[in-house]
Structures are given as C-alpha cells and as structure tokens.
Design a protein around this ligand. Structure first.
Ligand code: HEM
Length: 520
C-alpha cells in the first residue's frame, strides 16, 4: 500500500513538474534560426531571458537592435508572457503595416497582450474599438476647433488648482499626480461637459477606473499563461467595482442627453448647442439606423473605453514633456523660448479659443514631437499576429508559423543615430529646425501629429492613434498656459523612467518645484 502511494505521489510530482517546465519554457524552433536577444548559455535560458527583459527591456531591445536590426536582420525577444516576439528592422515597418488583415492581424495581440477581451467583458472589444475609431475620427477630430474654448477654459482652471496660486514661495508638486489631475479634468470637460468635469465624485471614480484598467491592461498581458487566469481575476475584481461606479454616475447623464436629443429631433427649434463630445456622439448614435436602438448602458460602455484611451496616455506624455523641457541643456533656453512664443501668440482672452493661435505655436509643436520621440511611452509596438494558416515568409526569407507575433522596438528606432542626430539628447526645437531645411527628407512631415516609419509614438499605418490631434491640442494649450503663468525650477538630471515590459513611464515619485509668476 505504501509503495503504491509512493509511486502515485512520484508520478503526480513528475506530471506537475513536466507541466510546469513546459509552461515556463519556450520552444525556440518556431523562429527558424533567427537570433535571440539576450539568450545566454544557461539552464532555463528562455525562461530566464523572459524574466530578465521584463524590467530591462530598453537595454535588451537596444542592444539587439544595434547587433541585428542595423544589419537588416529580424531578432526574437523573449517575453514574460512566454509568447516571444520577432522584432523587425526599421526597413520592414511599411511592409508590416500594409499586410492584409487575413495575414497579419492586430486583434489576437489586443485580446491577449492588452487583455482587452477580459477588461471589456461586457462589450465586444473589436466592435467597441471600431465604434470609438469612427466617432473620434469622424466627429471629435473635425470638431476640435469647436471644443477649444472649453478645453482651454478647463486647462487654465485645472492648472491653477493643481499648481496653486501662491506667487511668493516655490512649492513641490508630484509630477505624475499633477499632470493626471490636469489631463483628467480637461479631457472630461471635452468628452462629457462642464458639470461632470467639476463633479469630484465622478472624477475620483473615473480616475480609479482608468488607473485600474491601465494596470490590468499592462499586467495581465505580461503574465505567464500558467498564472494568467488567477492573476487576471484578481486584477479584474477591483476594476469591475470601479467600472460599475463610473457607469452608475454616467448612465443617467447619457439617458438625459438621449432624451434631449430625442426632443430636438421632434422639434428642431430646441436644437441644443452643447459642444461636448458625448452630446455630439449621442446625436450621431441616435441618427444612425445601425445604432439608434442602443441603450444608455451600451453608450456608457463605449465612452468608458474612450475615456481610458483619451486620458491614460495624455497625462504620461505631459509628465514626460515637462521633465524633458526642464532637464534640457540650459544653453537651449527651452522654457523661456516656449514662453516667448506663447506671449507672442496669446495676446488677449479670445486667442485661447482661436484655432489659428495654436497653428502659430511652431516651437511648442516641435517640443511635443521631440518629447514623444525621446521619451516614448512604449518600448515596442506595432505588434501583429500571423493569422494566415500557412504562416508567413518574412522579407529575409525566414518562414514563421501561424500564431507568431511580429513587432518593432519603437524606442530603439527613435534612438537610431542614423535617423536622428544625437538621438539620446532632448532637442526641443529639432523638428522646428527640420521644417525649414527643405533639402532634408521628411521636412514637410515634422508636425507633432505626423506619423512616419521613423516616428512611431502614434503607431503607424491603419491603426495609428486617431486621437492624436486632440492630444496635441491639449498639450499645446498646457505648455502655453504653464509657461505664461508659472515658473518651474530646472533640474540638472532627468530622473530615469520606469520600464515594465512594453511600457516606459515616468517615475511616480518624481516631484517638481513650481511658483506662480507675479502679475505685472
Ligand atoms: C499623447 C497621447 C497619446 C498617445 C501617445 C497615443 C498613442 C497611441 C498608440 C501608440 C496607439 C496604437 C496602439 C496599438 O497599437 O494597439 C493608439 C491607439 C488609439 N488611440 Fe491613442 N494616444 C494618445 C492619445 C489618444 C487620445 C486623446 C485619444 C482619444 C481622443 C486616443 C484614442 C486612441 C484610439 C481609439 C486608438 C485605437 C485605434 C485603432 O485601433 O484603430 N488616443 N494611441
């Protein structure tokens, strides 16, 4: 009996060990002889490489980019999700982004990496992204001029509140928290209108929802498959609680807007002039035969995802932007030159609502683009999965099977010395200068919102960010208002960003010193 129990225990232990080792190692054969980044001669080499690159992704990708991509060779990078990816050289980017959806698809990556399926379980995430894409592209972006007055009004009020009005003393503020507060309030004003953006309860629950979704999207996509179900559940629980709270606050507002729009449809003399994006979208939804039957609950779901897309990246980019500006070489005089530009453009109150004023901010536009390049919030991007049943043959002749992920080391491309002079330095006016150099290729594509295969902050190709014009409008107004009304103490060394897998974000503990300028 004892022997029987011993053998059973031994077999169970063996089976568990096999499953464990199988789940924690990667079959390197799929890459058909391509070189691997940071693969060392050690036991569990792929597992250890996967875990190592989680916090050291920047360096791993940079070294492999120099060693392989610069010679036109794709390389493989292990990943903590145990789904290794093939990183393509810069010259493959146009090819990568123009492959048909039936061959290379973004959707399996979004479901698994961004955990969209799990985080958006109450809606079809593919349908939601398509819907958001449509309303942002067709309605928010063309209407930006109309929301500028509201956005600039809220920008001023939220900056005053986050940075204070004390003209006598310098005080310290937490960088990320400050730009989160400013970005969230301003974004909510544009999306949902004045009442909700001043509603402290709504702002609080929305911010928590957004933070939890950010953590969920980032973490669950990086978890090894063996712990993903439990990890995903633990991440999902608090997220669902806050999602329910935001929906509870938002749904009655949407019902009210739907009711108003319905009254307007019945009686054109009641036409509501509200320019906030929710009202505009509700009008579109109710006029479109395909969506007219949708409930307020459905619209709330779509707008929650849109709020996340709108608010999550903008505050990270704004934090990076100000860190870059205040830590740039003193000889560049970046802060003062941006301020002088703002002084020359914003001469009276009406200028803040004038779209033509924003177009004159050429130095500001350049400082934004340069920060998006220098301090990219993504280490890698443009991830696509091979979905064609026969696999895919890469441009160098390597055949990879269905299910393989391809992508680009975004940060390393931005730091390529052949593409950018002194790439590690922040040169705020690099792109303003480039615009004037008519002989330089790409001089006419140097606006902050322009996409190219050498500038990947907005991604590239058909899935490039549709919200970039709105984001840049916000960032320009932010730089102008802050440089005009505040001094920020320069810092001699930019604090290191925190890298976690695909994300590269400013440190949460960084503080800056600010003081309100004295009124003349
Ligand atoms: C500075 C801030 C922002 C940055 C750096 C940024 C960057 C990006 C990037 C890199 C992608 C591609 C993601 C992927 O490949 O999966 C993306 C997609 C997207 N962004 Fe942004 N974004 C920003 C702000 C915004 C804003 C303000 C909005 C909405 C108004 C927005 C809406 C979207 C949407 C809807 C998509 C999905 C597009 C699609 O799949 O077709 N983003 N963004």
């Amino acid at each position: 009996m004892d022997a029987y129990l011993g053998i059973t225990l031994l077999c169970t232990l063996l089976a568990v060990s096999i499953v464990f080792v199988r789940c924690w190692t990667i079959d390197t054969a799929f890459a058909n002889g391509l070189p691997w980044a940071d693969l060392r001669n050690e036991v569990f080499q792929t597992t250890r490489a996967s875990l190592r690159q989680l916090a050291n992704c920047t360096q791993v990708l940079q070294d492999a980019y120099t060693k392989h991509s610069k010679k036109g060779q794709p390389f493989v990078v292990s990943d903590s999700s145990f789904h290794p990816q093939i990183m393509l050289p810069h010259e493959y980017i146009k090819w990568l982004t123009t492959q048909p959806e039936a061959i290379l698809s973004v959707w399996p990556v979004r479901t698994e990496r961004r955990a969209l399926g799990a985080m958006m379980s109450t809606v079809d995430h593919k349908e939601t992204v398509a819907f958001i894409d449509k309303i942002v592209g067709r309605f928010l972006t063309p209407n930006l001029d109309n929301v500028q007055a509201d956005v600039s009004d809220e920008m001023g009020a939220s900056i005053d509140s986050a940075m204070g009005l004390d003209e006598d003393t310098w005080h310290e503020v937490n960088l990320m928290q400050t730009f989160k507060n400013i970005g969230d309030r301003t974004g909510v004003r544009a999306l949902f209108g004045l009442v909700l953006c001043r509603d402290q309860h709504f702002l609080r629950v929305l911010t928590r929802y957004k933070t939890l979704m950010g953590i969920g999207v980032l973490l669950s996509g990086h978890l090894p498959p063996i712990i993903r179900p439990v990890g995903g559940l633990l991440l999902n629980l608090p997220f669902r609680i806050y999602k329910a709270r935001v929906k509870k606050a938002l749904t009655p507002v949407i019902e009210e807007r739907m009711q108003k729009v319905k009254c307007e449809q019945d009686d054109a003399t009641l036409e509501n002039e509200s320019q906030d994006f929710l009202t505009q979208s509700v009008k579109v939804i109710m006029k479109d035969k395909g969506t007219a039957h949708r409930s307020a609950d459905y619209v709330a779901d779509q707008f929650l995802v849109l709020s996340f897309a709108t608010l999550a990246s903008t505050s990270l980019v704004a934090s990076n932007l100000f860190l870059d500006i205040i830590s740039s070489a003193p000889s560049l005089d970046a802060y003062e030159r941006l301020r002088s530009e703002a002084v020359s453009v914003f001469k009276c109150e009406n200028d803040w609502a004038d779209p033509a004023a924003l177009k004159k901010l050429v130095l500001t536009d350049s400082a934004i683009r340069e920060s998006l390049r220098r301090s990219s919030i993504q280490t890698r991007g443009l991830l696509r999965a091979v979905v064609s049943p026969d696999g895919l043959t890469l441009r160098n002749g390597t055949h990879v099977p269905r299910g393989t992920w391809l992508g680009v080391p975004v940060q390393a491309v931005h730091m390529d010395g052949d593409l950018y002079d002194k790439p590690y330095e922040y040169h705020p006016f690099r792109f303003a200068k480039m615009r004037l150099e008519k002989s330089v290729p790409g001089h006419d594509k140097a606006d902050a919102t322009d996409i190219s295969d050498t500038f990947l902050a907005w991604s590239y190709g058909r899935y490039a960010c549709p919200g970039r014009w709105f984001a840049v409008q916000n960032l320009k107004l932010m730089i102008a208002y802050i440089t005009l009304k505040y001094e920020i103490e320069p810092i001699s060394k930019r604090p290191e960003s925190v890298v976690f897998g695909d994300a590269n974000v400013p440190s949460m503990s960084t503080s800056i010193k600010v003081r309100r300028r004295t009124r003349a």
